[in-house]
Write a protein that binds this ligand. Structure first.
Ligand code: ATP
Ligand code: MG
Length: 285
């Protein structure tokens, strides 16, 4: 029987979250010791543990059928693979940074400057589109030290909090792109593998939707229910149950995590009490 081969990062920032996500999808692995390969015993997949830089190439070649890695590596490697889904973790920016005392007046600043980066392809195509000439110094890592040691005038690198920049006397000048972990796939999977992939995508969707939503329960006077239903539409419509106390009901619904605090404020204004918020484990829409 065919198995879908899933490539994930062997050891690095993406490894644990990638494994957790697959675990949340109900995939249990036989050997968790992260050798080169691991098989699942309850789902037709096989895991391959690789360097994230190599994953686009392996997926293009069909050595792996799908892979989990940062969009930034997918863009940089520019292989013929399909990006199927954003996975909501490893969020970061790809930013241009310059020495902190420099005056920054827009992208023209970079004209004829030397910029150090591990992402030469993304940077090249960015400045080409802007019609700005730059010279790119490709280095493998520790890009942030390049200005301090005189290799470059500026750097282009991954930024999340910006602390690394500050520690190296740099400041963020411009954000070129925002990246997060994605699921990529080979473009010519056979029908068996497609069927497994569809099942995996269905599970991923259930896990990702659940993490973006919360279950909400509250008590409210019956007179406020119509207004509350307007701000808590739920998946189809809210559940309303009468309370033992006359003219009061309990209302159950689903609320998006990002809208959460605004919604709570509105509910309180409308007279809601005893508001409970509960995590959702899986959500099938
Ligand atoms: P490998 O040895 O496998 O090549 P690596 O050093 O290239 O590993 P990591 O540092 O583990 O990679 O980062 C992997 C990915 O995680 C990056 O490509 C990026 O998408 C994301 N990432 C990197 N740094 C951060 C950060 N500070 N915050 C959030 N996401 C990040
Ligand atoms: Mg890497």
């Amino acid at each position: 029987m065919s198995k879908l081969k899933i490539a994930i990062q062997k050891s690095g920032r993406l490894s644990e979250k990638s494994l957790d996500l697959l675990k949340d999808c109900g995939i249990k692995l036989w050997n968790g010791d992260l050798q080169l390969k691991a098989e699942a015993h309850n789902f037709p997949v096989e895991m391959l543990f690789l360097r994230d830089d190599d994953i686009p190439h392996y997926v293009e070649q069909g050595v792996a059928d799908v892979g989990i890695l940062g969009e930034n590596e997918v863009w940089e490697k520019d292989k013929n693979v399909a990006i199927l889904k954003k996975l909501g973790f490893a969020n970061c920016k790809l930013s241009l940074a310059i020495p902190k005392d420099e005056v920054y007046n827009g992208l023209a600043y970079f004209e004829n400057k030397r910029i150090a980066t591990s992402y030469p392809r993304i940077l090249q195509s960015f400045f080409k589109k802007k019609g700005i000439d730059v010279s790119i110094e490709e280095i493998g890592g520790s890009v942030e030290i390049a200005t301090g040691i005189g290799l470059a005038d500026a750097v282009f690198d991954i930024v999340s909090t910006g602390n690394t920049l500050i520690m190296n006397g740099l400041k963020e000048a411009d954000v070129v792109a925002k990246s997060e972990a994605v699921l990529i796939s080979n473009r010519s999977l056979d029908s068996d593998k497609h069927a497994i992939l569809d099942k995996l995508l269905f599970r991923l969707q259930a896990v990702l939707s659940a993490s973006k939503n919360k279950y909400i329960l509250l008590n409210a006077p019956d007179s406020a229910i119509p207004e509350i239903c307007k701000i808590l539409p739920g998946m189809k419509s809210p559940t309303i149950l009468p309370l033992a106390k006359e003219n009061w009901s309990s209302l159950h619904s689903v609320v998006r995590e990002d809208a959460f605090w605004d919604v709570i404020d509105q509910l309180k204004t409308l007279g809601a009490q005893g508001i409970l918020i509960i995590p959702i484990e899986k959500m099938v829409i």
